[in-house]
Design a protein around this ligand. Structure first.
Ligand code: ADP
Length: 491
């Protein structure tokens, strides 16, 4: 049973060994925006919706706790909860990964950025949990003192859920989540004293770091009528990498959702990035840690939504494929979908989107095609950054997320990246990854090969254009991006 605690909804999916969905349930919860740029969730609502979906998924399939081999959790990363150890009550709303309230904290940490990068693989940015936790300790009356006395606990979402499900018996955070706090040394696998001192965070409130596949505890019997072992945990992107069976060094996955997240397995080496990527822990398994390079692009499927909702080009996202195909080619049009600035590898918050190369004859179909191409170009920029950082070329690219269902886009990606694209039959890789991690710990899966043999490939896409054509397209894209960056918004 996979608990998939996302940014907008809590889901539970019960899988069989082959990865077929036996039952699932989903509940949305409240997004709280107290100020411009602030985002919060009610941690108790997260808990209630998550348990509600778990109970519903069991009930609708006529299952009991005895039918569940194990629970695995995957979660929105970085979102920060602080709660009272005695009562289990959060002292403040959860501060969500998207929340920018601690931009000034992050700014103050800039002089230490080299040290932060070396230890955590991250940048000094409000995205990560550390400054969010410091904000709660600074702004909730008496919180830092109470934390020092050992009365308050910190956790990211997986930690909060495990603590609640075990009735407070387990206060743990798996490596893939711990490494997103900016407080965790990814080399030593320990909370870092220097970083905690920098943000004045009492270390006694931090959870015990644990592997991603291990027995953390059992659910209290009141929840499901009897105990279920909780044995898997990973942040959403790392769970997707695992769910896509990218177990070997050089294997990568790209998730084409609202935004785009690309993770490359770099094996037992934490590879520092010179190209705007993050170095992160993919998972800890059987006493070994696997690292990854991570790149994120803010706008992917969101560009398809933009064409649907703002430009009214079509009624549903899937139609983009037919329209783009009918264009034949994009007629030299380039779209730069930098609606909210550009993420990796450019990291420029002040760029805005642009359309280049249009003529009197440019059609809607061509703009749709050029927009889809831009999603492939952005992804290729990440792949190129990864190759530059590792000095190695990619073994394969596996894909998931809503827009990965677009065959034309996947063919464009194969062409532009000159690499084979593999799409599994199930693109539910995030929750599958959590289920695999949990299943491995209890012997439901014997080993990684057991998982791979259970996976069915739906389709592969092979490169079909020449190296010259590929270079020419990328060169056009880079001219378009550079031109966009020359036109910064005024602040
Ligand atoms: P998220 O998890 O970020 O909400 P999903 O993985 O559910 O995203 O994917 C939804 C996104 O994929 C939407 O932005 C949607 O516009 C896009 N999308 C869905 N189907 C297609 C398609 N066939 N072609 C292109 N984009 C698509």
């Amino acid at each position: 049973m996979a608990l998939d605690q996302g940014t907008t909804s809590s889901r539970t999916i019960i899988y069989d060994k082959a990865g077929n969905i036996i039952s699932s349930a989903q509940k949305e919860f409240t997004q709280i925006f107290p100020h411009e740029g602030w985002v919060e969730h009610d941690a108790m609502e997260i808990w209630a919706t998550q348990m509600g979906t778990a109970q519903e998924a069991l009930l609708t399939a006529g299952l009991t706790y005895q039918n569940i081999a194990a629970i695995g959790i995957t979660n929105q990363r970085e979102t920060t909860v602080v709660w009272d150890k005695a009562t289990g009550e959060p002292v403040y709303n959860a501060i969500v990964w998207q929340c920018r309230r601690t931009a000034d904290y992050a700014e103050r940490l800039k002089p230490c950025e080299d040290m932060i990068r070396r230890k955590t693989g991250l940048l000094a940015d409000p995205y990560f949990s550390g400054t969010k936790l410091a904000w709660i300790l600074d702004n909730v009356e008496g919180a830092r003192e109470r934390a020092r006395r050992g009365e308050l606990l910190f956790g990211t979402i997986e930690c909060w859920l495990i603590w609640k499900m075990t009735g407070g018996a387990a206060h743990v955070s798996d490596y893939s989540n711990a490494c997103r706090t900016m407080l965790f040394d990814i080399n030593t696998l320990k909370w870092d004293e220097e970083l905690c001192a920098l943000l004045d965070i009492p270390m006694c409130m931090l959870p015990a770091p644990v592997e991603c596949s291990a027995h953390y505890g059992d659910t209290v019997p009141e929840l499901f009528g009897g105990p279920i072992p909780i044995t898997g945990s990973a942040g959403d992107q790392q769970a997707a990498l695992f769910g896509e069976a990218c177990f070997k060094e050089g294997e990568a996955k790209s998730t084409y959702g609202t935004g785009n997240f690309l993770l490359l397995n770099t094996g037992d080496k934490a590879v520092p990035s010179k190209n705007g990527l993050l170095t992160t822990i993919a998972w800890g398994l059987n006493g070994k840690v696997t690292y990854a390079l991570e790149g994120s692009v803010f706008v992917c499927g969101a560009a398809v939504q933009w064409m649907r909702d703002q430009l009214k080009f079509f009624d549903n996202a899937a139609e983009s494929e037919k329209l783009a195909a009918s264009a034949g080619d994009s007629g030299g049009v380039y779209v730069v979908p930098a609606f909210v600035g550009l993420g990796a590898p450019y990291w420029d918050p002040d760029v805005r989107g642009a359309l280049f190369g249009i003529t009197r004859g440019t059609s809607r179909e061509q703009i749709v095609r050029a927009t889809l191409e831009s999603l492939a170009y952005q992804n290729e920029d990440l792949l190129a950054a990864m190759q530059a950082d590792t000095g190695k070329s990619l073994a394969s690219l596996k894909v998931d997320g809503g827009a990965a269902l677009n065959d034309l886009l996947m063919q464009m990606q194969a062409d532009i990246s000159g690499t084979e694209i593999v799409r599994y039959a199930s693109i539910e890789s995030t929750s599958l990854g959590a289920a695999y991690l949990a299943g491995l710990a209890v012997g439901y899966y014997e080993n990684l090969d057991d998982i791979i043999s259970a996976k069915a490939i739906a389709r592969t896409f092979k490169p079909s254009i020449s190296e010259d054509e590929r270079k020419e397209k990328m060169e056009g894209w880079h001219r378009a991006v550079n031109a966009s960056m020359a036109f910064h918004v005024r602040k």
